[in-house]
Write a protein that binds this ligand. Structure first.
Ligand SMILES: C[S@@+](CC[C@H](N)C(=O)[O-])C[C@H]1O[C@@H](n2cnc3c(N)ncnc32)[C@H](O)[C@@H]1O
Length: 323
Protein backbone atom coordinates (compact mmCIF):
# COMPACT_ATOMS: atom_id res chain seq x y z
CA UNK A 1 0.00 0.00 0.00
CA UNK A 2 0.88 3.71 0.00
CA UNK A 3 4.57 3.69 -0.75
CA UNK A 4 5.28 7.38 -1.08
CA UNK A 5 4.15 10.51 0.69
CA UNK A 6 1.81 11.59 -2.08
CA UNK A 7 -1.46 10.76 -0.37
CA UNK A 8 -3.62 10.44 -3.47
CA UNK A 9 -1.20 8.59 -5.69
CA UNK A 10 -0.51 5.44 -3.61
CA UNK A 11 2.09 3.66 -5.75
CA UNK A 12 1.84 5.76 -8.88
CA UNK A 13 5.17 7.09 -10.08
CA UNK A 14 5.85 8.44 -13.50
CA UNK A 15 8.00 5.42 -14.24
CA UNK A 16 4.82 3.90 -15.58
CA UNK A 17 4.22 6.98 -17.72
CA UNK A 18 0.90 7.50 -16.00
CA UNK A 19 1.09 11.25 -15.46
CA UNK A 20 2.85 11.76 -18.80
CA UNK A 21 -0.08 9.96 -20.46
CA UNK A 22 -2.23 13.02 -19.70
CA UNK A 23 -0.15 15.01 -22.18
CA UNK A 24 -1.25 12.78 -25.06
CA UNK A 25 -4.20 14.61 -26.61
CA UNK A 26 -5.37 11.60 -28.62
CA UNK A 27 -5.50 9.37 -25.54
CA UNK A 28 -7.30 12.00 -23.47
CA UNK A 29 -9.81 12.64 -26.29
CA UNK A 30 -10.56 8.90 -26.48
CA UNK A 31 -10.94 8.46 -22.72
CA UNK A 32 -13.17 11.54 -22.38
CA UNK A 33 -15.38 10.35 -25.23
CA UNK A 34 -15.63 6.92 -23.57
CA UNK A 35 -16.67 8.35 -20.18
CA UNK A 36 -19.06 10.93 -21.64
CA UNK A 37 -20.87 8.29 -23.68
CA UNK A 38 -21.32 6.05 -20.63
CA UNK A 39 -22.22 8.93 -18.31
CA UNK A 40 -24.86 10.46 -20.61
CA UNK A 41 -26.50 7.06 -20.73
CA UNK A 42 -26.33 6.23 -17.01
CA UNK A 43 -26.71 9.69 -15.40
CA UNK A 44 -29.53 10.55 -17.79
CA UNK A 45 -31.19 12.87 -15.26
CA UNK A 46 -27.96 14.88 -14.96
CA UNK A 47 -26.62 14.55 -18.49
CA UNK A 48 -25.15 18.02 -18.79
CA UNK A 49 -23.66 18.00 -15.30
CA UNK A 50 -22.06 14.59 -15.87
CA UNK A 51 -20.38 15.77 -19.08
CA UNK A 52 -19.16 18.84 -17.23
CA UNK A 53 -17.78 16.66 -14.43
CA UNK A 54 -15.65 14.72 -16.94
CA UNK A 55 -14.45 17.94 -18.60
CA UNK A 56 -13.50 19.59 -15.29
CA UNK A 57 -11.67 16.48 -14.10
CA UNK A 58 -9.56 16.20 -17.23
CA UNK A 59 -8.92 19.94 -17.38
CA UNK A 60 -7.43 19.83 -13.87
CA UNK A 61 -5.41 16.64 -14.45
CA UNK A 62 -4.07 17.75 -17.83
CA UNK A 63 -3.03 21.10 -16.42
CA UNK A 64 -1.27 19.39 -13.49
CA UNK A 65 0.57 16.98 -15.77
CA UNK A 66 2.11 19.96 -17.59
CA UNK A 67 3.59 21.50 -14.41
CA UNK A 68 7.30 21.18 -13.69
CA UNK A 69 6.76 19.23 -10.46
CA UNK A 70 3.99 17.27 -12.10
CA UNK A 71 3.64 14.48 -9.50
CA UNK A 72 3.05 17.00 -6.72
CA UNK A 73 0.74 19.12 -8.90
CA UNK A 74 -1.11 15.98 -9.95
CA UNK A 75 -1.58 14.93 -6.34
CA UNK A 76 -3.02 18.37 -5.52
CA UNK A 77 -5.35 18.16 -8.53
CA UNK A 78 -6.58 14.72 -7.42
CA UNK A 79 -7.31 16.06 -3.94
CA UNK A 80 -9.28 18.96 -5.43
CA UNK A 81 -11.20 16.59 -7.72
CA UNK A 82 -12.06 14.19 -4.89
CA UNK A 83 -13.35 16.99 -2.68
CA UNK A 84 -14.85 19.51 -5.12
CA UNK A 85 -15.73 17.62 -8.30
CA UNK A 86 -16.82 14.15 -7.14
CA UNK A 87 -17.68 15.60 -3.69
CA UNK A 88 -16.92 12.42 -1.78
CA UNK A 89 -17.87 14.13 1.50
CA UNK A 90 -21.39 14.94 0.31
CA UNK A 91 -23.63 11.85 0.51
CA UNK A 92 -26.46 13.66 -1.27
CA UNK A 93 -24.47 14.72 -4.33
CA UNK A 94 -26.29 13.41 -7.47
CA UNK A 95 -23.18 11.59 -8.74
CA UNK A 96 -22.59 9.78 -5.46
CA UNK A 97 -26.22 8.73 -5.08
CA UNK A 98 -26.50 7.24 -8.54
CA UNK A 99 -22.96 5.84 -8.55
CA UNK A 100 -23.69 3.94 -5.30
CA UNK A 101 -26.64 2.35 -7.08
CA UNK A 102 -24.34 1.39 -9.95
CA UNK A 103 -21.72 -0.16 -7.62
CA UNK A 104 -24.11 -1.94 -5.29
CA UNK A 105 -26.78 -3.11 -7.76
CA UNK A 106 -26.02 -2.67 -11.48
CA UNK A 107 -22.40 -3.87 -11.54
CA UNK A 108 -22.80 -6.93 -9.27
CA UNK A 109 -25.87 -7.98 -11.30
CA UNK A 110 -23.94 -7.76 -14.56
CA UNK A 111 -21.03 -9.74 -13.05
CA UNK A 112 -23.50 -12.34 -11.85
CA UNK A 113 -24.89 -12.82 -15.36
CA UNK A 114 -21.40 -13.49 -16.66
CA UNK A 115 -20.01 -15.52 -13.78
CA UNK A 116 -22.90 -17.61 -12.44
CA UNK A 117 -23.10 -19.96 -15.46
CA UNK A 118 -19.40 -20.75 -14.95
CA UNK A 119 -19.55 -21.37 -11.18
CA UNK A 120 -18.58 -24.79 -10.02
CA UNK A 121 -20.08 -25.80 -6.62
CA UNK A 122 -21.53 -23.70 -3.82
CA UNK A 123 -18.50 -22.74 -1.71
CA UNK A 124 -17.11 -19.57 -3.23
CA UNK A 125 -14.16 -17.32 -2.38
CA UNK A 126 -14.30 -13.71 -3.64
CA UNK A 127 -10.64 -12.71 -3.77
CA UNK A 128 -10.06 -8.92 -3.67
CA UNK A 129 -13.71 -8.34 -2.83
CA UNK A 130 -13.54 -4.54 -2.40
CA UNK A 131 -16.88 -3.32 -1.03
CA UNK A 132 -18.22 -6.90 -1.16
CA UNK A 133 -21.38 -6.23 -3.19
CA UNK A 134 -20.80 -9.11 -5.59
CA UNK A 135 -20.20 -11.50 -2.67
CA UNK A 136 -23.40 -10.35 -1.01
CA UNK A 137 -25.42 -10.95 -4.18
CA UNK A 138 -23.96 -14.45 -4.53
CA UNK A 139 -24.83 -15.15 -0.93
CA UNK A 140 -28.42 -13.99 -1.50
CA UNK A 141 -28.52 -16.46 -4.43
CA UNK A 142 -27.78 -19.32 -2.04
CA UNK A 143 -24.00 -19.66 -2.35
CA UNK A 144 -21.81 -19.99 0.73
CA UNK A 145 -19.49 -17.04 0.25
CA UNK A 146 -16.26 -16.03 1.92
CA UNK A 147 -14.28 -12.99 0.90
CA UNK A 148 -10.82 -11.59 1.42
CA UNK A 149 -8.89 -8.45 0.51
CA UNK A 150 -5.66 -6.76 1.46
CA UNK A 151 -7.71 -3.77 2.70
CA UNK A 152 -11.02 -3.95 4.59
CA UNK A 153 -13.36 -1.74 2.54
CA UNK A 154 -16.47 -3.84 3.08
CA UNK A 155 -19.68 -1.83 2.84
CA UNK A 156 -21.85 -1.77 5.98
CA UNK A 157 -24.68 -3.10 3.77
CA UNK A 158 -22.74 -6.33 3.20
CA UNK A 159 -23.73 -8.57 6.11
CA UNK A 160 -24.25 -12.09 4.76
CA UNK A 161 -20.71 -13.16 3.98
CA UNK A 162 -17.62 -14.13 5.93
CA UNK A 163 -14.81 -11.59 5.42
CA UNK A 164 -11.20 -12.21 6.45
CA UNK A 165 -8.54 -9.54 6.03
CA UNK A 166 -5.32 -10.82 4.43
CA UNK A 167 -2.39 -10.77 6.88
CA UNK A 168 -0.10 -9.45 4.13
CA UNK A 169 -0.11 -8.86 0.35
CA UNK A 170 -0.11 -12.53 -0.61
CA UNK A 171 -1.42 -14.90 2.06
CA UNK A 172 -5.02 -16.04 1.67
CA UNK A 173 -6.33 -16.70 5.20
CA UNK A 174 -8.27 -19.90 4.43
CA UNK A 175 -7.54 -23.63 4.46
CA UNK A 176 -6.44 -25.90 1.66
CA UNK A 177 -9.09 -26.78 -0.92
CA UNK A 178 -11.70 -24.98 1.12
CA UNK A 179 -13.48 -23.56 -1.94
CA UNK A 180 -15.15 -25.00 -5.00
CA UNK A 181 -14.44 -21.80 -6.93
CA UNK A 182 -12.37 -18.67 -6.34
CA UNK A 183 -13.59 -15.57 -8.20
CA UNK A 184 -11.12 -12.77 -8.99
CA UNK A 185 -12.84 -9.73 -10.50
CA UNK A 186 -10.52 -7.00 -11.81
CA UNK A 187 -7.94 -7.52 -9.08
CA UNK A 188 -4.81 -8.96 -10.71
CA UNK A 189 -3.68 -5.74 -12.39
CA UNK A 190 -3.63 -4.14 -8.90
CA UNK A 191 -1.04 -6.64 -7.70
CA UNK A 192 2.69 -5.96 -7.78
CA UNK A 193 4.68 -8.18 -10.16
CA UNK A 194 6.66 -9.76 -7.28
CA UNK A 195 3.46 -10.92 -5.57
CA UNK A 196 1.57 -12.31 -8.56
CA UNK A 197 3.10 -15.80 -8.69
CA UNK A 198 2.67 -16.25 -4.94
CA UNK A 199 -0.98 -15.25 -5.17
CA UNK A 200 -1.69 -17.72 -7.98
CA UNK A 201 -0.04 -20.36 -5.76
CA UNK A 202 -2.29 -19.39 -2.87
CA UNK A 203 -5.41 -19.52 -5.08
CA UNK A 204 -4.36 -22.96 -6.23
CA UNK A 205 -3.96 -24.05 -2.59
CA UNK A 206 -7.44 -22.95 -1.52
CA UNK A 207 -9.67 -23.46 -4.59
CA UNK A 208 -10.63 -26.28 -6.94
CA UNK A 209 -11.45 -23.91 -9.78
CA UNK A 210 -10.82 -20.29 -10.62
CA UNK A 211 -12.77 -17.62 -12.52
CA UNK A 212 -10.91 -14.45 -13.48
CA UNK A 213 -12.13 -11.25 -15.09
CA UNK A 214 -9.26 -9.00 -16.12
CA UNK A 215 -8.98 -5.74 -18.06
CA UNK A 216 -7.37 -6.35 -21.43
CA UNK A 217 -5.90 -3.65 -23.66
CA UNK A 218 -3.85 -5.86 -25.97
CA UNK A 219 -4.77 -5.73 -29.62
CA UNK A 220 -3.75 -9.33 -30.31
CA UNK A 221 -6.34 -10.57 -27.79
CA UNK A 222 -9.07 -8.16 -28.78
CA UNK A 223 -8.79 -8.77 -32.50
CA UNK A 224 -8.37 -12.53 -32.19
CA UNK A 225 -11.24 -12.82 -29.77
CA UNK A 226 -13.70 -10.90 -31.91
CA UNK A 227 -16.65 -11.78 -29.76
CA UNK A 228 -18.23 -8.35 -29.80
CA UNK A 229 -19.86 -5.86 -32.12
CA UNK A 230 -17.86 -3.20 -33.84
CA UNK A 231 -18.53 0.18 -32.27
CA UNK A 232 -17.07 3.63 -32.92
CA UNK A 233 -15.22 3.44 -29.64
CA UNK A 234 -13.85 -0.02 -30.29
CA UNK A 235 -12.71 1.05 -33.74
CA UNK A 236 -11.06 4.16 -32.33
CA UNK A 237 -9.34 2.19 -29.56
CA UNK A 238 -8.04 -0.58 -31.83
CA UNK A 239 -7.31 1.27 -35.03
CA UNK A 240 -6.50 4.87 -34.15
CA UNK A 241 -4.45 4.38 -30.97
CA UNK A 242 -1.00 2.79 -30.88
CA UNK A 243 -0.13 -0.01 -28.38
CA UNK A 244 1.48 2.45 -25.87
CA UNK A 245 -1.53 4.75 -26.24
CA UNK A 246 -3.94 1.87 -25.55
CA UNK A 247 -1.98 1.03 -22.41
CA UNK A 248 -2.06 4.67 -21.35
CA UNK A 249 -5.83 4.79 -21.91
CA UNK A 250 -6.31 1.64 -19.77
CA UNK A 251 -4.25 3.15 -16.93
CA UNK A 252 -6.20 6.41 -17.01
CA UNK A 253 -9.58 4.65 -17.08
CA UNK A 254 -8.47 2.37 -14.21
CA UNK A 255 -7.26 5.25 -12.05
CA UNK A 256 -10.30 7.39 -12.81
CA UNK A 257 -12.78 4.57 -12.03
CA UNK A 258 -11.13 3.53 -8.77
CA UNK A 259 -9.38 6.56 -7.28
CA UNK A 260 -11.59 9.41 -8.49
CA UNK A 261 -15.07 8.00 -9.04
CA UNK A 262 -15.02 5.61 -6.06
CA UNK A 263 -12.56 7.56 -3.90
CA UNK A 264 -10.31 4.47 -3.53
CA UNK A 265 -7.16 6.55 -3.95
CA UNK A 266 -5.42 4.47 -1.24
CA UNK A 267 -5.37 1.16 -3.15
CA UNK A 268 -2.31 0.13 -5.17
CA UNK A 269 -2.01 1.11 -8.81
CA UNK A 270 0.89 -0.86 -10.29
CA UNK A 271 -1.14 -1.00 -13.57
CA UNK A 272 0.02 -4.57 -14.05
CA UNK A 273 -1.95 -5.22 -17.24
CA UNK A 274 -1.05 -8.47 -19.01
CA UNK A 275 -2.09 -10.27 -22.17
CA UNK A 276 -4.28 -13.37 -22.04
CA UNK A 277 -1.27 -15.59 -22.75
CA UNK A 278 0.63 -14.12 -19.78
CA UNK A 279 -2.29 -14.70 -17.35
CA UNK A 280 -2.73 -18.23 -18.71
CA UNK A 281 0.97 -18.96 -18.15
CA UNK A 282 0.84 -17.80 -14.53
CA UNK A 283 -2.27 -19.90 -13.89
CA UNK A 284 -0.71 -22.95 -15.55
CA UNK A 285 2.44 -22.64 -13.42
CA UNK A 286 0.19 -22.77 -10.33
CA UNK A 287 -1.52 -25.99 -11.52
CA UNK A 288 -4.59 -24.57 -13.25
CA UNK A 289 -5.90 -25.72 -16.65
CA UNK A 290 -7.82 -23.31 -18.87
CA UNK A 291 -11.32 -24.55 -19.71
CA UNK A 292 -12.91 -21.39 -21.16
CA UNK A 293 -11.94 -17.89 -22.20
CA UNK A 294 -13.62 -15.02 -24.02
CA UNK A 295 -13.53 -11.26 -24.26
CA UNK A 296 -16.41 -9.19 -22.92
CA UNK A 297 -17.95 -6.46 -25.00
CA UNK A 298 -17.74 -2.78 -24.15
CA UNK A 299 -21.05 -2.67 -22.32
CA UNK A 300 -23.47 0.26 -22.47
CA UNK A 301 -24.30 -0.60 -18.84
CA UNK A 302 -20.75 -0.12 -17.69
CA UNK A 303 -19.27 3.18 -16.53
CA UNK A 304 -15.51 2.77 -16.26
CA UNK A 305 -14.88 -0.69 -17.70
CA UNK A 306 -12.89 -1.13 -20.88
CA UNK A 307 -12.40 -4.47 -22.63
CA UNK A 308 -12.11 -7.42 -20.29
CA UNK A 309 -11.32 -11.10 -20.66
CA UNK A 310 -13.01 -13.86 -18.72
CA UNK A 311 -10.96 -16.95 -17.90
CA UNK A 312 -12.21 -20.19 -16.35
CA UNK A 313 -9.63 -22.58 -14.93
CA UNK A 314 -9.87 -25.91 -13.13
CA UNK A 315 -7.29 -27.06 -10.66
CA UNK A 316 -6.33 -30.36 -12.22
CA UNK A 317 -3.78 -31.37 -9.59
CA UNK A 318 -6.28 -30.96 -6.78
CA UNK A 319 -9.08 -32.87 -8.53
CA UNK A 320 -6.76 -35.83 -9.01
CA UNK A 321 -5.60 -35.66 -5.39
CA UNK A 322 -9.18 -35.70 -4.12
CA UNK A 323 -10.00 -38.83 -6.15
C1 LIG B 1 -10.83 -2.73 -8.80
S1 LIG B 1 -11.03 -3.31 -7.17
C2 LIG B 1 -12.12 -4.69 -7.48
C3 LIG B 1 -13.01 -5.00 -6.32
C4 LIG B 1 -14.06 -6.10 -6.56
N1 LIG B 1 -13.44 -7.34 -6.93
C5 LIG B 1 -15.08 -5.65 -7.59
O1 LIG B 1 -15.13 -6.27 -8.65
O2 LIG B 1 -15.79 -4.68 -7.33
C6 LIG B 1 -9.48 -4.10 -6.84
C7 LIG B 1 -9.41 -4.74 -5.47
O3 LIG B 1 -8.19 -5.49 -5.38
C8 LIG B 1 -7.73 -5.39 -4.04
N2 LIG B 1 -6.31 -5.78 -3.98
C9 LIG B 1 -5.22 -5.10 -4.36
N3 LIG B 1 -4.10 -5.79 -4.10
C10 LIG B 1 -4.49 -6.95 -3.55
C11 LIG B 1 -3.81 -8.09 -3.04
N4 LIG B 1 -2.46 -8.18 -3.05
N5 LIG B 1 -4.52 -9.09 -2.54
C12 LIG B 1 -5.89 -9.02 -2.52
N6 LIG B 1 -6.59 -7.97 -2.96
C13 LIG B 1 -5.89 -6.95 -3.46
C14 LIG B 1 -7.99 -3.94 -3.69
O4 LIG B 1 -7.97 -3.70 -2.30
C15 LIG B 1 -9.39 -3.75 -4.32
O5 LIG B 1 -10.42 -4.08 -3.42
Amino acid sequence: MAKNNLKYLATVTDQQGFVTGFKDEQVIAFVKKFFKKNYKNFFYQNKQASVQLVDTTFKLLTKASQQKDNLIAFNQAVEEIIINVFKHNDKNFWYKQRYNYYKSVVKPASFLQIIEPKLNGKKILDFGTGKGYFSELLSLRGYQVSATDVIDQLSEDVTDIEFRLMPNNVMIPFDQREFDTAVVNTVFHHIEENDIKLIFGELSRVAKSLIVIEDNCFIKDLILDNNHHQTDLKHEFLVKLSEPQRLSACKIVDYYGNALAQGLYYIDFPFNFKSSAEWQKLAKQAGFTLTDQYTLNLSPKSLHTMFQTLFVFTNQAKTELIK
